[in-house]
Design a protein around this ligand. Structure first.
Ligand code: 1HE
Length: 271
């Protein structure tokens, strides 16, 4: 659970670039992309700010939400940043995105994103590093890298095929295909589809539910589940058994199981 990770005392605010806003709502930290005039295009400062935010979440934070100001989640890489970059700098730049987004995917808490309008290029890469995606009906997904003469560099080759498969990602890159929110939901790009303006409330509700889970369960889902799913099944089953035994042995699990048997806990149908 963020082994060796710095745990902040309070949420980063002043230390973030103007393209990001951070706030804490109870046990949920909310990071908002705040450069709507540029469709939340992601420049280096923003990527480093995202990394800093997830590296220093206060101990009281149990879940996070990534949202956006304006009508769009993100138009991806800030294209004004890329023009003069050398090959060596290009590798370093892509690795910086990978590092920052790994702080989300393998950070201390589960992360929910709120998608609307453009979720394209690096914006889709950012969304795919979060664990739960809530899409408003205005959301649309594209990987225009193919048309811009470049390649994805923020982790899409790894994370997008996990959600929709290599063939569909290849289609998006080769033909410029755009998926609307309904299509994205059907394919698995988002787990939730909500009406206009409803995304943040839904995401906060989901984050509050996540925050109420036992920390060991959230740890297992964020850190163990994706590794188990990609492991050789024989290794995977063993990792699952070990993780199950660790979780079962926790005081949290004992309390929660006892509460159910004593009829003090909600039934599945009452959550
Ligand atoms: C930008 C960017 C950007 C908008 N970098 N400035 N991403 C793309 O190829 C998507 C490029 N953007 C678009 O296709 C459109 O902007 C949108 C369809 C997303 C939105 O259209 P619209 O009509 O709402 O806005 P707009 O008028 O195009 O843009 C408003 C402003 O934002 C404008 O600047 P202004 O100073 O003229 O007002 C745009 O230039 C600016 N803007 N998108 C920079 N992306 C780690 S590798 C990841 C690789 C990628 O992500 S490649 C995909 C890049």
């Amino acid at each position: 659970m963020g082994l060796g990770e710095h745990v902040g005392e309070r949420i980063l605010e002043g230390a973030l670039p103007s393209s990001l806003r951070a706030e804490q709502r109870g046990e949920v930290a909310v990071l908002t992309l705040a450069r709507p005039e540029k469709r939340n295009a992601l420049n280096d400062d923003t990527i480093l700010g995202i990394e800093a935010f997830f590296l220093s979440l206060p101990a009281a934070v149990k879940a996070a939400v990534v949202a956006a100001e304006g009508d769009n989640f993100s138009a991806g890489l800030d294209l004004s940043d890329i023009a003069e970059r050398s090959t060596v700098d290009g590798v370093a730049h892509s690795m910086m995105w990978h590092r920052a987004f790994e702080r989300i995917e393998f950070g201390r808490v589960p992360v929910v994103s709120v998608l609307k309008g453009a979720v394209v290029g690096g914006g889709l890469e950012l969304a795919c590093a979060t664990h739960i995606r809530v899409a408003e009906r205005s959301a649309y997904y594209a990987l225009p890298e193919g048309q811009r003469g470049i390649f994805v560099g923020g982790g899409a080759s790894v994370r997008v095929p996990r959600l929709i498969g290599v063939a569909r990602m290849a289609d998006m890159m080769l033909t410029g295909r755009v998926h609307d929110a309904e299509s994205g939901y059907a394919l698995g790009l988002s787990q939730y589809l909500v009406g206009p303006g409803e995304g943040l409330a839904k995401a906060l509700d989901l984050a509050a539910r996540i925050a109420a889970n036992a920390p060991i369960t959230n740890f297992a889902v964020v850190h163990a589940l994706p590794r188990i799913a990609e492991a050789d099944p024989r290794q995977g089953f063993m990792m699952e058994s070990l993780m199950a035994a660790i979780a079962q042995g926790s005081d949290d699990a004992k309390d929660r199981l006892r509460a159910f048997l004593d009829k003090r806990a909600k039934k599945v149908t009452e959550f």
